[in-house]
Design a protein around this ligand. Structure first.
Ligand code: GDP
Ligand code: MG
Length: 431
């Protein structure tokens, strides 16, 4: 899905000028891609209308600007599709001092047991007193798995080797932990390979017995088109209130996520990015859409510059340049080169980010010394300059603009929005 949308957007990027025809052709591709991924027709229609309106409103602007506006509109609309209309902050910011009972549901292998523990550990760090209840009597070894995870994270747990009714175990566990004043009681349930009736009946019973404050649907992020059916089936049985996508570390781009959000009308609150307990993060719609469009999590990666600098040998040199008053393109180039030197990057998104850094460095290679040392970012934005650099680097002018935008963003981060020494620099000199 992401690739198709990127292709559609590149139609706009490669067009000589953007007229109604080009925009329509591009939108048609995007709409088709979304519909093929089972995204709700109404949502897709809304996306098309909104992008069109925004593009038409931008008609006064120059060609290059319009490209950006359209891309941004598509990204924004996809992000808002992912935001489900429910305030996910309320679901994430659990109240302390009351027993929050959270029930996890999902198919077998989706990652419930792993995610339950990650979830508990996440809130434990925030000062909660979590506890885990194993209501999976279907899978052999389910209790042992939960026990092992819970012990590792030092979270109390409850389960039984002899009781066979999951609803009874769940009710007992929740009661016991309520008495012990736990403010986060997590109920892990069993799954089945398919959406079988027995699974749903069991889920309903556990839910009736434990009266959870929130039911979280755990879904493998890579399942794509099957997502909508699966999510709907769970939502039809119990009151799913939030979604967690797992296995977002692999090649999964999570196109199915859009459908899951639409089907459950519930926001994605967290994602799992690996088998380890700390590979768990808040869901960020914008970063997700970026990844969906194949741009990598470039922003987060670049922000590492400001983290890496203080310990580094290059600190003095950087400070020296900065004290002369400028974070030039050349300094950015050197910082990126340093990041590259920091060694081989990990999987998935870091690799994509590395490719992006390489692309940006290639673009900078096509700049003149004057441009690299230019104190004023505005000069670099001149259209003829952008076109010349793009030609030299053999890339689309759009990529040059992206580099300029990132440069300006990092510059503001380091120099402070008003110019000299109000940002990162000042903080560093205080240390
Ligand atoms: P359950 O049947 O829904 O309880 O799923 P489990 O928690 O037992 O997980 C099934 C498998 O998926 C296990 O091998 C987990 O280690 C793995 N897993 C769970 N979450 C993630 C994740 O975010 N990334 C990766 N790579 N593997 C995961
Ligand atoms: Mg399990």
């Amino acid at each position: 899905l992401g690739q198709k949308i990127s292709q559609a957007l590149s139609m706009i990027q490669n067009a000589e000028s953007i007229d109604e025809k080009v925009l329509d052709a591009c939108l048609k591709e995007i709409v088709t891609a979304l519909l093929q991924a089972d995204v709700n027709v109404r949502l897709v229609g809304k996306l098309r209308d909104n992008v069109k309106t925004r593009a038409n409103n931008a008609d006064k602007g120059a060609g290059l600007n319009k490209r950006k506006i359209i891309e941004k509109a598509v990204v924004d609309e996809l992000s808002s599709m992912l935001s489900s209309g429910v305030d996910e902050k309320k679901l994430v910011d659990l109240k302390k001092g009351q027993p929050n009972v959270i029930m996890f549901v999902g198919l077998q292998g989706a990652g419930k047991t792993t995610t339950c523990t990650k979830y508990g550990a996440y809130y434990k760090k925030k000062g909660f007193k979590p506890a885990l209840v194993c209501a999976d009597t279907f899978r052999a070894g389910a209790f042992d798995q939960l026990k092992q995870n819970a012990t590792k994270m030092q979270i109390p747990f409850y389960g039984s080797y002899t009781e066979t009714d999951p609803a009874v175990i769940a009710a007992k566990g929740v009661e016991e932990f309520k008495k012990a004043n736990h403010d986060l009681i997590i109920v892990d349930t069993s799954g089945r390979h398919k959406q079988e009736d027995s699974l749903f009946e069991e889920m309903r019973q556990v839910s009736v017995m434990t009266k959870p404050d929130l039911i979280i649907f755990v879904m493998d992020g890579s399942i794509g088109q099957a997502a909508e059916d699966q999510a709907k089936a769970f939502k039809d049985t119990v009151e799913v209130g939030a979604v967690i996508l797992t296995k977002m570390d692999g090649h999964a781009k999570g196109g199915g996520a859009l459908s899951a959000v639409a089907a459950t009308k519930s926001p994605i609150v967290f994602i799992g990015t690996g088998e380890h307990m700390d590979e768990f993060e808040r869901f960020e719609p914008n970063a997700f859409v970026g990844r969906l469009l194949g741009r990598g999590d470039w922003r987060g990666f670049v922000d590492k510059i400001s983290e890496a600098v203080p310990e580094d040998a290059m600190k003095e040199e950087l400070m020296d340049s900065l004290s002369k008053g400028n974070f030039t393109m050349r300094i950015l180039y050197e910082q990126l080169a340093n990041i590259q030197k920091m060694g081989p990057v990990g999987q998935g998104k870091e690799k994509e980010s590395a490719a992006r850094i390489k692309m940006f460095m290639t673009i900078m290679d096509s700049m003149t010394d004057k441009e690299l040392d230019c104190p004023n970012p505005k000069v670099l934005q001149e259209q003829s300059r952008v076109m010349r650099v793009a030609r030299g680097a053999g890339c689309n002018p759009y990529c040059v603009l992206e580099l300029l935008e990132e440069y300006k963003r990092i510059r503001a981060l380091i120099m402070g929005p008003g110019g000299k020494g109000k940002g990162f620099m000042q903080q560093m000199s205080k240390q």
